[in-house]
Design a protein around this ligand. Sequence first.
Ligand code: GDP
Length: 411
Amino acid sequence: MREEHMKIVIVGHVDHGKSTLIGRLLYDTNSLPEGKIDEIKKTCKALGKELEFAYILDALEEEREQNITIDTTQTFFKTKKRNYVIIDAPGHKEFLKNMITGASLAEAAILIVKAEEGLREQTKRHAYILSMLGLNQIIVVINIFDLSKYTKKKFNSLKDEILKFLSLLNLKPSYIIPISAKEGDNIAKKSKKISWYKSLTLLEALDTFKTKENDINKALRFPVQDVYKINDRRIIVGRIEAGKIAKGDKIILLPSNKMSYVNSIEVFNKKKEKVEVGESIGITIKDPLFIDRGQVICHTNNLPKIASEFKAKVFWMAKENLNINERLTLRCATQEVGCSIKKIIKRINSSTLEVIQKNSKRLEETEVGDVVIKVNEPIVIENFNNVTELGGFVLVKGYDVVAGGIITNTP
Ligand code: GDP
């Protein structure tokens, strides 16, 4: 049986204990490389410091920088039930970009709040992004409870405040847990000190979540990454983002609407009869059609939308304002096209949730816009909740990713 993996993100305001919690999770689940913790303890001692769990993350990062074969954005830990992959998200820019661009969409999120400080600006922005992405498996952890004298009253008043804010975003956390990342309270073990808290630990709570339903039963979506010519053969490569494909299948290339049949399928130089979602493959087709990066291969029934204009929610993250009608590039799956924002229906403050202006001409840094986007040539799109890869996009200006967005209304 294949081991189960679940992707999670840990988000929250800076200094509320994210790195400490990640270090603690790795430590408590014995997920650190052999000898690592002793090494870190030694280093801390030599510097005259006590062991900080946040150093574990720093130490792992350093190691990764020296070893380019390790993925720099992912950290793993294991419980009895399954493996977890923490998608690294140091700030809201990386967070949104990592979440929206492709394979790294998290299935669950931990929102960390420092007890002494409660909801802060970044906590709220991150919560906004969770709601934008439709994430509904959320655990709120109230951290640094060791300094709050572990009172139930304090916990309850914070809990009310947090639930109230999240409900404005239509978010309903499955659990709210008082923890101390530093002391390890209610992470892997029940806290003796927070004795009034009788419910699940963080790891127990995570284990109750469901992994994303396999997209195997959805309609085929195979965005073309590249086409290689080897001798006389043209091999179309890419990753299947939904559904499955088999040798002999009738397929359609979008947006060109040309049809053909699958001649052969290859995975790592091995011929295969059929393959499914998540696999990176190469195929050859029967007819000599024009194929290019960005096209999407589907079966001829149940087609996605093709559009040159659609509604979206964008989170603007550049220092410079977004101006209506300015030229940008949109990337969605492997598609890349010129675009502009035709209309900003609403300009929203992503921390206070206030609507700043209707029918606006600009968006400022960290603001969210309900917008209409016009692309220079038709692209293949989906509703974000159906096929994430074709429903999420980033906007690029020059070489910088300046916004992340999700398609809210396909025409
Ligand atoms: P990040 O910016 O969210 O990654 O926050 P860090 O993990 O770096 O933590 C910020 C500071 O809070 C560090 O000095 C930590 O040692 C401290 N801290 C984190 N968790 C706890 C906790 O449970 N109890 C106490 N007393 N301090 C903590």
